[in-house]
Design a protein around this ligand. Structure first.
Ligand SMILES: [Zn+2]
Length: 308
């Protein structure tokens, strides 16, 4: 039987405590602890996760001499988006988890649906926010091929991973991590426990199957992805979308580069018709420079563009 217990978790960093505390001892933020009921699955239940075949998990752990480890054979999946390839150090690493964070409406879903339509790989686009019809309408606006893009509207992680196991895509996009819900713990979608559990399940799936997964993560009012530090520890790369809805331009920079090269910046301009590389971010910076308000979101672009 699963054990149900009550814990208190920090909504900023995911730190947990058996009792409520006013100030988070891990990240120092005040009043971020909320109570959550967590069901911990037993080892038997863990094995019964529906996406896992009868053989999975039964392989033996083995240690190998370091000399026998082959390197340099990792074939990155290159995307048609040169900026995205560049910012990720040459392409998508198989089995990696990439978190794409940013404010709602800035163009994250558009950029990743466009990627799913243009990339030369079968992509499973999972949405917990839009219906199949809405996704189709957006795809019609973006153009590109639809034959490689599978659409699934689902929020249950077990069902998503079972479909992924059956269809065998080469890339998975999850829109968004906050809408997902794991049946293995009792907690509401978007809560610290759910976000951590769902991201952890995605990570285990990616590592076991070598299928890379993009997770879209919305930014909260305070300017952070729900449990940002907690997600940063789970994923391999964080691509942070920043910008301004008025100018419809966003910069994209990996804030964690476990698998990518050192920090790189890219600038992308998003509109209803899709996202495209912005070759003249400097001109936007100049326009923004005259405005004293809301300068902070533009900071990354100053790094991305030439001095102007
Ligand atoms: Zn904290």
């Amino acid at each position: 039987m699963s054990k149900v217990k009550s814990i208190f978790a920090c909504t900023n960093c995911g730190a947990t405590s058996p009792k409520w505390v006013g100030k988070c001892p891990a990240c120092g933020k005040w009043n971020t602890f909320v109570e959550e009921l967590v069901t911990k699955p037993t080892a038997q239940e863990e094995k019964q996760r529906s996406w896992k075949g009868p053989q999975s998990g039964s392989h033996q752990a083995r240690a190998v001499p370091l000399n026998d480890v082959q390197t340099g054979n990792t074939q990155r999946i290159t995307t048609p988006d040169k900026e995205l390839n560049r910012v990720m150090g040459g392409g998508i690493v198989p089995g990696s988890i990439i978190l794409m964070g940013g404010q709602p409406g800035i163009g994250k879903s558009t950029l990743l649906l466009q990627l799913a339509l243009q990339i030369n790989a079968i992509t499973l686009y999972v949405s917990g926010e839009e219906s199949e019809e809405q996704i189709k309408m957006r795809a019609d606006r973006l153009g590109g091929s639809r034959s490689n893009c599978l659409v699934l509207t689902e929020t249950n992680t077990d069902k998503i991973l079972t479909v992924a196991q059956q269809t065998g895509p080469q890339l998975i996009v999850i829109d968004s991590i906050q809408t997902l819900s794991s049946p293995h713990i009792e907690s509401t979608p978007g809560s610290v426990s759910q976000v951590r559990e769902c991201a952890g399940e995605m990570q285990r799936f990616a590592k076991e199957t070598n299928i890379p997964i993009f997770l879209i993560g919305h930014i909260t009012k305070e300017g952070s992805i729900a449990g940002p530090k907690l997600l940063e520890h789970i994923v391999d790369t964080v691509l942070q979308f920043e910008g301004d809805q008025h100018y419809s331009i966003a910069s994209c920079a990996p804030s964690k580069t476990a698998l990518a090269q050192p920090m790189k910046w890219a600038s992308t301009r998003c509109s209803r018709a899709g996202c495209a590389r912005c070759l003249t971010p400097a001109s936007y910076c100049c326009r923004k420079k005259t405005k004293t308000s809301a300068a902070a979101p533009w900071r990354p672009l100053w790094k991305a563009c030439d001095p102007c």
